[in-house]
Write a protein that binds this ligand. Structure first.
Ligand code: KG4
Ligand code: ZN
Length: 339
């Protein structure tokens, strides 16, 4: 079964072809970063309009690059949410229309499920069950995963997501959008011990997160310390270590509480090298293993949508003729697949 995946939930246009027998055949990604950078963040209308321009040429280029014809596509998987509705509608409309024209099924994929399953594109792939740490721009979640669609939310952020904390800190430090990679680069030149930030909610039991207080602490520190280049680097380093420590403490707790030995980290923030180092160290100390997507599949991409869609389509699931786009869509409401 050859599945075309289409991602357009935010500021990246992604398309990919996943084949049930041969695996991932290819993918294409266009990042709109340069379009939104002058505004300091994603402008939804600009995002939607650019998806309109990109998707069809990218699908053509992908098919040509993979040596496939449009008629070879057996099913289409598109991101149906959560995300920016206008942006989602573009990929959903193209995906649904293409499937209709070809007379093949289409399926609306849950963006966070796709992030969560992305490490299954790698080798070795984690076996179920595992704990998933989902850390993106809009979500910070710890999920017990017993199979595709068998999700139990163990904890999540009560306010800002980890990626959002990186983005807001970047703004406070005068770095551009997107914030995560910029803060990571600056932090690498800083001393983490000079400014010590809180590890929110690690002192009490439970697996929830709260990152909104950190930006206030960063803002106060920037205000008090001034903004010399070394000072800004030291603040970035202190902030990054605080977020990473907090995530690692909660992951360790989730593994201990469930007795599971496999952890998956996915979503944009899982590209962060310090987070990967610290998670690996923590897991090694408790005889556990951590699985990540390759860095380009940590952030938004079409490959994870094609793969998640393939898993559900191959199990016989498909959507109706409607175009699905949802701003909010709780992960735990997804049905389990039987295959
Ligand atoms: O998964 P993603 O591409 O999009 C969403 O589904 O939200 O995640 C984007 C988020 C942004 O907040 C970005 O700043 C953050 O992931 N991010 C990072 C890094 N790369 C991306 N945060 C920290 N370190 C990174 N290297
Ligand atoms: Zn994402």
């Amino acid at each position: 079964m050859l599945v075309l995946g289409v991602e357009s939930s935010c500021d990246e246009t992604g398309v990919a072809l996943y084949d049930g027998g041969d695996g991932l055949l290819g993918h294409r990604l266009f990042s709109q970063v340069a379009l939104h950078a002058p505004y300091g963040g994603v402008v939804p209308e600009i995002a939607s309009r650019d998806h309109v321009r990109r998707i069809v040429p990218m699908v053509r280029d992908l098919l040509a690059g993979c040596g496939r014809a449009v008629a070879d596509i057996d099913a289409v998987a598109y991101t149906a949410g959560p995300g920016l509705v206008g942006a989602l509608l573009v990929g959903a409309a193209v995906g649904r229309a293409l499937a209709y024209g070809l007379g093949v099924p289409a399926l609306g994929v849950h963006h966070m499920e796709a992030h969560l399953l992305a490490p299954l594109l790698e080798s070795p792939a984690p076996e179920f069950p595992f704990i998933a740490l989902l850390v993106s721009g809009g979500h910070t979640q710890l999920v017990r995963v017993d199979g595709v669609g068998r999700y139990r939310m163990l904890g999540e952020s009560l306010d800002d997501a980890a990626g959002e904390a990186f983005d807001k800190t970047a703004k406070l430090l005068g770095l551009g959008y997107p914030g995560g990679p910029a803060v990571e680069r600056l932090a690498a030149t800083g001393r983490a011990g000079r400014y010590v930030f809180a590890r929110p909610m690690t002192q009490r039991p439970g697996l929830d997160f709260s990152f909104s207080g950190l930006k206030t602490q960063v803002a106060l520190t920037v205000g008090a310390a001034g903004d010399g280049p070394q000072t800004r680097a030291d603040i970035a380093a202190g902030f990054a270590v605080a977020v990473v420590d907090t995530l690692v403490i909660k992951c360790r707790r989730a593994l201990t509480q469930t007795g599971l030995k496999r952890l998956v980290a996915a979503g944009g923030v899982s590209a962060n090298r310090l987070l990967r180092e610290r998670l690996d160290e923590m897991a090694a100390g408790m005889d556990a293993a951590v699985y990540y997507p390759r860095p380009e599949f940590c952030t938004d991409n079409g490959a994870m949508i094609a793969y998640a869609g393939y898993r559900r389509l191959a199990a016989g699931e498909h959507g109706g003729l409607g175009i699905e786009a949802r701003a909010r869509w709780p992960l735990e409401t997804l049905p389990a697949i039987t295959a």
